[in-house]
Design a protein around this ligand. Sequence first.
Ligand code: TRP
Length: 381
Amino acid sequence: MIEMASHETETTRPNETDTRATLRAARETSDRIWQDIRAGRTERYRILTGDRPTGFLHIGHYFGTLKSRVELQNLGIDTTVLIADYQVITDRDNIGNVREYVLNLVADYLAAGIDPAKSTIFCHSQVPAIHEMLVIFLSLVTEAELHRNPTVKAEMEAAERPMTGLLLTYPVHQAADILCAQANLVPVGQDQLPHLEQTRVVAKRFNKRYPQRDAAGNKVKDSHGVLPLAQALLGRGSMILGTDGQKMSKSRHNTVELGASAEETAKIIKKAVTDSNREITYDPVGRPEVANLLLIASLCTGQSPEDLAAEIGSGGGGALKQLVTEALNEHLAAHRARRAQLLEDPGYLWGVLREGNEKVADLGADTLRAMKQAMGMNYGF
Ligand code: TRP
């Protein structure tokens, strides 16, 4: 039997009220942590964040997560960036050119300002401890709990194919990513909150069932347990929509990839959806597509979307698109030049990744050793 404290049962069985309450609680915790960070109390945090290499990064990633990762790193927080390559195989048969995506991800991270001297970039297929931890963690969750994860449910519906065992269990796999790196802070979007909850549940159950022990088997006094409780850090980055006003995603062809040329960018923005009102105004509710384009231009130029709208006035969609294209191309020029230069030396990029892999593999092995020690499965071999 899996022991579950009553509050755990509650938070892993969300109905709508629970979901809203969970979101509110996560926001409050996240705001408190932001205050802490702003006040310079950064040494208590270890960040793990990551992406699935299902394609090339685009401006949604750039404004949504990339910039804030760099900011957190530069505030002095220990930051690890994960390329979750095994997550690519959760929901598709055709995984594409993963090797190419991984290499480009490393290039985009570095071009955006992730500094390998300060932060660690790694790929989880290269860290065996994570996948071994998954075995232990799967013993701590029920099948029913896995089926209740709202994000997994949504992904399963979107995939329109039978759910694989790995899709069902990937939140637990993600818990292993986080806990192997001993991270206690995970910058994520709202959709990832159930996974963070799952991560804390797994850690709490492990710590309760297997109190920390030293190599000789003695319980470690005053220990909170082997595994940390990780909190979500909800993004302060900007959520931008695709050029059709829908959720930005590669499969919808409504994104501008960071590696796109200036001409390709112009082409994509030209096809963006606007409306027939030639007077440009910033009205996110009434005119979401126009507002989204203004927001993109605003993020690039630092001018407010309202000011940009006033500048265009009755110039219509054409003038708006021209402004967005120029703003994007200008803003991304330095990033694009850096990523292109980095990609000229793949050996360097693979080297950065190899070093990161080795570092996290060591850290993961330490975590796993402590877990096995707590379980009494250290046989002294
Ligand atoms: N599931 C995340 C996504 O789809 C990627 C991811 C995998 C991740 N493991 C993680 C994110 C650990 C944060 C921490 O974007």
